[in-house]
Design a protein around this ligand. Structure first.
Ligand SMILES: Nc1ncnc2c1ncn2[C@@H]1O[C@H](COP(=O)(O)OP(=O)(O)O)[C@@H](O)[C@H]1O
Ligand SMILES: [Mg+2]
Length: 250
């Protein structure tokens, strides 16, 4: 290399960029005898273009960590930046707006409204964002079709299986094109086969070079979907594994 070559440090080398940066995060619940340190100093980076898993035994702090990352719970100390925006420093209104625009949510419970059709349920984030109902439902129907639910857009939740309801929830999480998708135990209510299909779908439909997907799970049968796996125990991330995902294992 010639001596006058420009420094490389700022020339952003190829490779995944940090989507979620967590530093020194602590969170406790209760006090005195009842004090629980749900997060006890968590440092973690998660990358765009990847499916990251946060795994560990029940009660180790996974949901608490995901909730702070997604801006639905305030930490005691520490910082979280999502796509370089410090959500731990935002006021409530800014955080609500950030969440509505940039983050999609999938939970173990599908939380579908029973009186609304699949497409109407999936359109909710767009309606909240100010879309008119017609275009919102049309867009939601497109997203449903893209995940194999074209024939179910007009069905009510009571007419759908668990796996189909989770697909509606996934369509709802993706309909406003969020940069960060967070999923808390998305396969916990599903049988093994359906759980694998849902993980496959999340990977295929949500992982993009400029987006990140974070899945909390204690289901070790889906660990092979993770590009990066953060192992938690007792409120701490004690190991991070980076793996070439084994696409054939599904
Ligand atoms: N709202 C709350 N009030 C009191 N304790 C809580 C609350 N939420 C979580 N905890 C406690 O914090 C710890 C971590 O919980 P959680 O993050 O839900 O774990 P996980 O998702 O890994 O099962 C547990 O001991 C749990 O009982
Ligand atoms: Mg949990």
């Amino acid at each position: 290399m010639p001596a006058d070559a420009p420094p490389k440090a700022d020339s952003s080398p190829a490779g995944p960029s940090v989507a979620v940066r967590v530093r020194g995060l602590t969170k406790h619940f209760g006090r005195g005898d009842q004090l629980v340190k749900a997060l006890d100093g968590v440092d973690l980076d998660l990358y765009s273009g990847q499916m990251s898993l946060i795994v560990g035994p029940s009660g180790c702090g996974k949901t608490t960590l995901l909730s702070v990352i997604a801006g639905i719970l305030d930490a005691d100390e520490g910082e979280v930046a999502v796509f370089d925006e410090a959500i731990t420093k935002m006021g409530d209104r800014a955080k609500t707006r950030f969440r509505a625009r940039r983050i999609g949510f999938v939970f173990q419970q599908y939380n579908l409204l029973p009186a609304l059709t699949a497409a109407e349920n999936a359109s909710i984030p767009l309606v909240i964002a100010g879309w008119k109902k017609g275009p919102a439902v049309a867009k939601a129907s497109e997203v449903l079709a893209s995940i194999g639910m074209a024939k179910k857009v007009g069905s009510l939740p009571s007419q759908l299986s668990g796996g189909q309801m989770q697909r509606v929830a996934i369509a709802r999480a993706l309909v406003h094109d969020p940069q960060l998708l967070v999923c808390d135990e998305p396969t916990a209510a599903l049988d093994h086969e359906t759980g694998l299909t849902v993980m496959e779908l999340l990977r295929e439909s949500a992982v993009r070079s400029d987006r990140a997907v974070v899945v909390v799970t204690h289901d070790n049968r889906v660990f092979h979907f993770g590009d990066r796996i953060a192992h938690m125990d007792d409120g701490r991330v004690d190991k991070v594994e980076d793996r070439a995902p084994d696409r054939s294992a599904a």
